[in-house]
Design a protein around this ligand. Structure first.
Ligand SMILES: Cc1cc2nc3c(=O)[nH]c(=O)nc-3n(C[C@H](O)[C@H](O)[C@H](O)COP(=O)(O)OP(=O)(O)OC[C@H]3O[C@@H](n4cnc5c(N)ncnc54)[C@H](O)[C@@H]3O)c2cc1C
Length: 456
């Protein structure tokens, strides 16, 4: 049986262990817990996510995996409601019928005060601007500036899209992140027409559930069950095992953990690129040495409901970049996820940290709470101090998929197959950052190893 090392026990590493077959598996994890960026905190009836918050339901692989490991009944959907954008010093409802900020209905778009009349006319020019055939990659910013104009980009599109990737939209690769927008534009001659068509063709909603999923006891419960499942099938998870090197040796690899080398026939690396890039000096992999990241922090605040006046029936807001705030978004967690908060309490979760800024690095926890509170006071009516706060720093946690990213990744994957057979690099620095995408990438790495012609 082949001996396989999986480096990292985040969602990617544990999923790879789940999908591997006929192998002696060791998962090597530097910390003392599974989950990586996923971390749920529970106390006094609260279930609070400190890192990622949920996953997109339409990416069904995560629901399938959760069901397969016996957590199907624990899945919960978010409450829906109006979402908001903070721009020009006030909260505006997101215009009805928009998909990721792209208008698909005329009336709500004409009525919104988020854009000036000129901004609306410019966005409407999307109907008449001829698409360029995408031969090379471009930035998400360049694409939307051309289709809808600067004002729509800054007040509608950028706050929504840049938050997902924690990236500067003018450097973010369109091909690696939202290739569907370009396809719709090219097929229909207009982005708005394309999105309207996509909406028409989408199956009619029969339920009122939101588009995100979570677990009754938080994302950590999914991770814990996954870790249990892979352990039951014989995999060993070795905590406090920091990998410092991986070297080719015969047909396999020597992996150094806490100064000691162990031989494995196959290796799957799922740690962030900031870590594994130190292990390789090969020219094609130098890309990862320069790949930038954004540091973010989540600031959770719990209040009694008497302290917060928030009559909006919504789930939170994102913030236009030209606003003078440190926070980039805020989730009204107790409204969005009713399981997260006991009755009579209000839970807010603000995000801090923009690409290129050093706010998270420069301030201690108490200062970050103060800064977040100062911003929230501009947008909401809150009285008194929170009952408790939790600040979680995720340093260098958002990889920047710069223009050209996905083509480089494909070239690196070809190089790895030729130069390092049986050693697979994967995870959030590669094809997509979302939790279901991490599972999908782990599955394809495991399948590649399952079907290689290993002879004992
Ligand atoms: C603030 C934030 C919010 C997010 N929100 C969402 C969301 O709501 N929905 C969503 O779908 N996605 C979200 N994401 C993205 C998602 O969380 C990540 O892409 C995903 O968790 C990455 O998982 P991973 O297993 O690839 O890496 P990680 O979670 O980083 O796991 C890597 C593991 O490797 C370990 N490790 C590191 N170095 C070593 C070493 N030298 N030796 C051994 N082990 C090592 C680490 O300790 C860690 O356990 C968010 C990301 C951030 C930062």
């Amino acid at each position: 049986m082949k001996k396989v090392a999986i480096i990292g026990a985040g969602i990617t590493g544990l999923s790879a262990a789940y999908y591997l077959e006929d192998a002696e598996i060791e998962v090597l994890e530097q910390s003392d817990r599974p989950g990586g960026k996923i971390k749920t905190y529970q106390r006094d009836g609260y279930t609070i996510e400190l890192g990622p918050e949920s996953y997109l339901a339409r990416k069904s692989i995560m629901t399938e995996l959760a069901t397969a490991i016996g957590l199907g009944d624990d899945i919960v959907a978010n409450q829906t409601g109006q979402s908001y954008i903070y721009a020009k010093n006030q909260l505006y409802p997101m215009p009805g019928g928009s998909i990721m900020g792209i208008p698909t209905e005329i009336k709500p778009f004409l009525e919104t005060r988020l854009l000036s009349p000129l901004g609306k006319v410019r966005a409407g020019m999307d109907y008449f601007i001829k698409p360029d055939k995408m031969t090379t990659d471009i930035s998400v910013g360049a694409f939307f500036r051309k289709r809808l104009g600067n004002e729509a980009l800054e007040n509608l599109i950028e706050p929504l899209l840049s938050g997902i990737y924690g990236a500067d939209i003018d450097r973010l690769s369109l091909k690696s992140t939202f290739p569907n927008f370009k396809e719709q534009e090219e097929t229909h001659g207009s982005l708005i027409k394309g999105m309207r068509d996509q909406k028409k063709k989408a199956p009619k909603k029969t339920e009122t559930k939101g588009q995100f999923r979570q677990f009754r006891n938080g994302l950590q419960s999914f991770i814990d069950r996954l870790a249990e499942t892979v352990t039951d099938k014989g995999a060993k998870i070795r905590y406090n095992s920091e990998v410092t090197a991986v070297q080719q040796s015969g047909d396999g690899y020597l992996v150094t953990v806490n100064g000691q080398e162990t031989y494995y026939d196959r290796v799957i690396v799922t740690v962030p690129h900031t870590v594994f890039s130190k292990w390789f000096e090969d020219a094609p992999l130098r890309y990862f040495k320069h790949m930038e990241t954004t540091s973010v922090a989540t600031v959770v605040m719990a209040f009694d409901e008497s302290q917060v006046k928030n009559e909006e029936n919504g789930t939170g807001f994102v913030i236009a970049r030209n606003s003078d705030t440190v926070i980039t978004a805020c989730t009204w967690t107790s409204k969005k996820w009713t399981h997260s908060t006991p009755a009579g309490k209000v839970l807010l979760r603000a995000y801090v940290g923009r690409p290129g800024d050093t706010v998270v690095r420069d301030h201690d926890d108490a200062e970050l709470v103060k800064l977040a509170r100062r911003d929230l006071d501009k947008m909401m009516d809150i009285n008194g101090e929170p009952e408790f706060t939790i600040v979680t720093r995720l340093m260098n946690s958002m990889p920047l998929y710069e223009v050209g990213h996905i083509d480089r990744i494909h070239a690196i994957q070809r190089y790895m197959r030729e130069t390092y057979p049986g050693l697979i690099l994967t995870g959030a620095s590669f094809e997509a950052v979302g939790l279901p995408d991490c599972i999908a990438q782990a599955k394809s790495a495991a399948e590649e190893i399952n079907k290689d012609n290993y002879i004992a």
